[in-house]
Design a protein around this ligand. Structure first.
Ligand code: 13P
Ligand code: SF4
Length: 363
């Protein structure tokens, strides 16, 4: 594994921005009911569809489901928004998800409850630095994670999400291509391990998944020996190595029904528990342990930027049209090429492309 040594990630800046993210305050009781009813009206009035990521507040996930939108991982969000006839797409997630929707649907209006919803991976990959780096490695195919800006995508040969990254890199490796991977070092290292591809890794990281601790996980597994461990591949390798299943958010939810276990230790954002409980109401889920001050709080696995999405700012964006996601048309045109490449690849391999988690064989 080759991590790019010359790229320095400004960890302090990223941690400060994460700490500054303002979590939405959920309304309660009659106020909540009124707001939900108004949002449902507005979605119809404005010919809009709501896409929600699994990490956002449960209220938003329920609304997306009840109004014919979708709750999914980042790949399915991109595809669903692309295929849906609504004139306006409302993305409850983080900015790169809104930008991907805009890249794929330049003629549609894309709104977000909060434009402050960053992602530490996106923040760790400056487009100009990335472009210069690609120029220095013309012999490598550049593959970027969807968690990047439109400008970074516009410089890349391929865009991938965690649900399809391994398949795409294996395909490129089979053609003898060497990879320049950005920005998540852990996902890159995991894909490198699974495929054996020659990959140069950008050293970015996710503030949430980086905080999962392998030694504490080992102790928790001893306490709950019957539990299965589910891990998102943005986590450190020593955490991934302890997993019974590794995969994207959708793949981890599927693993909950596929594996026979009754108890799961989950190393990803706890927003996913809503869908896991729906998928297997009789099973139990506990958070994998975090060892530090990585995310928005000391003791919870929750993305500080996903938490900026709430019912109040969702209603506001629909009511006013504020918080529109805009992508420079030329950048969008160039970024569409590698994003489309991913969606076409997914179609070609004839899978819903969210696929299955990588389930470890019993020892
Ligand atoms: P998924 O594509 O697995 O939903 O991951 C997106 C993400 O940001 C995870 O932190
Ligand atoms: Fe980005 Fe991590 Fe938040 Fe996902 S959980 S959006 S990778 S900061």
């Amino acid at each position: 594994m080759k991590t790019i040594q010359s790229i320095a990630i400004d960890k302090d800046r990223i941690q400060n921005l994460a700490a500054q993210a303002r979590a939405a305050i959920p309304p309660v009781g009659a106020q909540k009911e009124k707001l939900v009813a108004r949002i449902k009206e507005l979605l119809k009035e404005k010919n809009a569809v709501l896409l929600a990521h699994y990490y956002v507040d449960e209220d938003l996930q329920v609304l997306a489901d009840e109004t014919g939108g979708c709750v999914s991982d980042s790949l399915e969000m991109a595809r669903f928004g692309h295929d849906h006839p609504a004139a306006t797409i409302v993305v409850a997630g983080v900015r790169f998800m809104g930008e991907t929707a805009k890249i794929l649907n330049p003629e549609k209006r894309v709104l977000m409850p909060s434009l402050e919803a960053e992602c530490s991976l996106d923040l760790s990959c400056n487009a100009e630095v990335f472009r210069r780096f690609c120029d220095r490695h013309p012999d490598r195919t550049s593959v970027v994670y969807a968690n990047t800006s439109a400008e970074v995508k516009a410089c890349a040969d391929w865009v991938v999400t965690s649900s399809i990254g391994t398949r795409i890199v294996a395909h490129l490796q089979a053609k003898g291509e060497k990879i320049l991977w950005a920005p998540d070092r852990y996902l890159g290292a995991y894909i490198q391990k699974v495929t054996g591809a020659d990959m140069l890794l950008w050293p970015g990281y996710c503030v949430v998944h980086d905080a999962f601790k392998a030694d504490a996980l080992l102790r928790l597994r001893k306490k709950y020996p019957a539990a299965a461990v589910l891990v998102h591949p943005e986590s450190p390798m020593e955490v991934i190595d302890q997993a019974d299943a590794v995969g994207s958010t959708t793949q981890l939810i599927r693993a909950v029904t596929k594996l026979p276990h009754e108890l799961f230790i989950v190393a990803t954002d706890h927003g996913i528990f809503h869908k896991m409980r729906q998928a297997a109401p009789q099973k139990r889920f506990i958070e994998a342990p975090l060892g530090g001050t990585g995310a928005s709080c000391l003791s919870c696995a929750h993305c500080p930027w996903m938490a900026t999405n709430g019912l109040v700012n969702l209603a506001h964006t629909l009511e006013t049209g504020e918080n529109e996601v805009l992508v420079d048309p030329e950048v969008g045109r160039r970024a569409m090429v590698p994003v489309r490449r991913m969606l076409d690849f997914a179609r070609r391999i004839k899978t819903r492309a969210t696929g299955e988690a990588n389930i470890a064989s019993p020892a």
